[in-house]
Design a protein around this ligand. Structure first.
Ligand code: NAD
Ligand code: ZN
Length: 351
């Protein structure tokens, strides 16, 4: 088992191994013996992994109660959040009990937010079942739901008690959902880690999956330790995301987050190369690596429509926005730009 420790406002372990699901009960029971666990999951993951986790909890003296909602980003909203909170109250969950998020990033984000709200905050654990949730969303304590006006506009920072990542769960992912996670891992490589990027450029991704997850978690953990509440350095993790969130919104969430981030990253790479922030060869490497991993690098949405959707992004303050620009593989910079300059970036990316 690989373990990465994150020392944020609270300290916790991210455990990564094959077959970890059936060991979650005893590991959670060490801290929470005899309590009740609300397992929050979605309609797909419920059929695949709920029984294994429930049995493991029961055997360790924890009583599980499960709530599931329809799979997909369109469930990540206030109405599902309200249903989850009412479910917790009906169990009833008390402050000594726990929440377990069993699923992808949608489950993780909404369950974490529910844990932050319920009784002003109860403990929660993350069991990521998508590659995206494993390499990114299960770590760092950002939780949220989408509002009609845009992505992740209501949420809270709350760190999990621990993360249990069973890489065997990725065996049941479709190629395109697996690729969503690859998009976030490639992003991490472009930001901090040339060697990690090169696994996606020419290596065998599935063979190196435990290494990929632990490297991504290590980088994210370090950034979160330095800047938990995203006042500076953590904004780097938004590479490709301002555009990506615009794409998700314009497509009515028909384009999934990881795919949208891939297009957003490709667009920023093209714009940075055109506007002189990086060499053309860097842009070419990024585009071909995304394509090699089954990810899209363009979308049909016109730049003025995308621009309008992007203005709702949380990274905006007044008429300024913090853009993440690419200088090279493993080297990016934060730059505060006037919002109209975003349109230049989008136009440069279109050519
Ligand atoms: N909090 C953060 O820091 C952070 C970071 C990155 C992304 N996110 C959020 O994460 C979300 C995207 O997460 P996602 O890509 O995991 O999407 P998701 O949770 O919707 O999962 C994608 C699909 O895969 C299915 N699935 C999950 N595990 C499976 C498995 N093991 N086998 C088969 N099918 C499985 C799900 O049911 C769903 O249909 C977005 O809402 C995004 O905003 C949050
Ligand atoms: Zn993301």
């Amino acid at each position: 088992m690989k373990t990465v420790t994150v020392k944020a406002s609270s300290t916790y372990n991210v455990n990564i191994a094959k077959g970890l699901l059936s060991a979650t009960g005893p590991m959670i029971a060490e801290a929470s013996m005899g309590c009740i666990a609300a397992i929050i999951t979605d309609s797909t993951v419920k059929g695949l992994y709920l029984d294994t986790v429930s049995e493991s909890l029961k055997a360790a003296g924890i009583t599980p109660h499960c709530f599931s909602f329809p799979a997909g980003e369109t469930s990540k909203n206030m109405s599902t959040l309200s249903d989850i909170l009412e479910f917790m109250a009906s169990v009833p969950l008390t402050r000594r009990d726990i929440v377990i998020a069993l699923g992808g990033g949608v489950v993780g984000d909404i369950s974490g937010f529910a844990a932050a709200c319920y009784m002003r905050g109860i403990k929660y654990y993350q069991i990521p079942t998508t590659l995206l949730a494993a390499v990114d969303s299960s770590v760092g304590g950002k939780t949220a739901v989408d509002l009609a006006a845009g992505k992740n506009l209501a949420g809270a920072f709350i760190q999990p008690q621990a993360v249990f990542c069973d890489v065997n769960c990725f065996d049941t992912l479709s190629d395109s959902v697996f690729a969503d996670g690859v998009a976030e891992a490639i992003k991490t490589g472009i930001l901090f880690d040339k060697e990690l990027f090169e696994i996606f450029e020419s290596g065998n991704v599935k063979e190196d999956i435990e290494k990929i997850v632990s490297r991504c978690v290590m980088h994210k953990g370090r950034v979160v330790e330095n800047d938990e509440f995203e006042r500076g350095e953590r904004k780097l993790l938004n590479l490709g995301h301002t555009v990506g969130h615009g794409i998700e919104k314009c497509s009515n969430y028909g384009i999934r987050h990881g795919n949208a981030v891939a297009v957003g990253t490709a667009m920023i790479a093209r714009a940075c190369s055109k506007l002189g922030y990086c060499e053309e060869s860097v842009c070419k490497r990024i585009i071909s690596t995304l394509e090699r991993n089954g990810l899209p690098v363009r979308c049909e949405i016109p730049s003025d429509k995308l621009y309008a959707a992007m203005l709702n992004d949380k990274k905006r303050s007044g008429n300024k926005i913090t853009a993440v620009l690419i200088n090279g593989i493993g080297k990016c910079e934060l730059r505060e730009i006037e919002t109209p300059y975003l349109l230049n970036i989008l136009k440069a990316a279109e050519e």
